[in-house]
Design a protein around this ligand. Structure first.
Ligand SMILES: Cc1cc2nc3c(=O)[nH]c(=O)nc-3n(C[C@H](O)[C@H](O)[C@H](O)COP(=O)(O)O)c2cc1C
Length: 209
């Protein structure tokens, strides 16, 4: 069965009333259209990360940004980030026109460990994903990358913590995925644990709304 990117967009929508549209439509595709992300949209997506909340307003998030412009070869940063991906992710992520390596500054300005660095990076990433969805774009975070290779791109481990590689682009038709298993997974329904398992009045006891 074939299905288009726009049909899948409708199918993947979170079935919860009252959700912000960009949250309802955010999901993590593996197929990306052969279409670049405009400089204006790329800037907006990164601005959304920039304005995230962070501990003591430390803003520890950093993003190495690699792009493949229309009809051209990827830039050197894109190639370097792509080279860190595990084979499972390389099999699909290179269809995205933007690859970013999200990382965090490990220390506070006072030189102590920033215990919130990766928490804050995750918040920035979430805002980025929602802003991207609002623009008709999609992101896909990946923890499947070579950490030593990523560390070489960002500097010493005592100063910088790799978080995730992020694919960004316009969602593509699932049929373009070469691998049959990936094509099937692209159509998987959205699944989540029940809210009763997450919202608690005390450990093990669901919060009563
Ligand atoms: C930190 C992080 C690491 C992830 N690593 C991978 C990965 O290496 N490969 C992959 O295909 N998806 C990866 N994902 C995507 C998740 O599998 C996906 O977000 C989850 O299944 C929920 O699907 P949704 O984002 O479409 O709602 C990762 C997501 C996050 C947030």
């Amino acid at each position: 069965m074939t299905i288009s990117a726009s049909e899948l967009h409708t199918q993947k929508k979170i079935p919860v009333e009252g959700m912000l549209p960009a949250i309802a439509h955010r999901w993590s595709p593996r197929a990306y259209a052969d279409r670049p992300v405009s400089g204006e949209h790329l800037r907006l997506v990164l601005e959304s990360a920039r304005w995230a909340a962070s501990s003591s307003n430390g803003q520890p998030w950093r993003f190495l940004v690699g792009v493949r412009p229309a009809g051209a070869s990827p830039d050197a940063t894109y190639e370097r980030i792509a080279a860190t991906l595990v084979p499972f992710n390389r099999a699909w992520a290179l269809s995205a026109p933007v690859l970013m390596l999200a990382f965090a500054v490990a220390k506070t300005p006072h030189g102590s460990t920033n215990h919130y660095a990766l928490f804050d990076l995750g918040q920035a990433m979430a805002q980025m994903a929602i802003q991207a969805a609002a623009l008709g774009l999609a992101t896909h975070a990946m923890g499947g990358f070579d950490r030593d290779g990523a560390q070489k791109l960002i500097g010493p481990a005592e100063d910088f913590l790799p978080g995730a590689v992020i694919a960004l682009g316009h969602p593509g038709d699932p049929g373009q995925l070469a691998d049959a298993e990936l094509r099937a997974r692209e159509l998987d329904p959205r699944e989540r644990k029940p809210l009763e398992e997450l919202a608690l009045s005390e450990p093990g006891k669901p919060f009563a709304f």
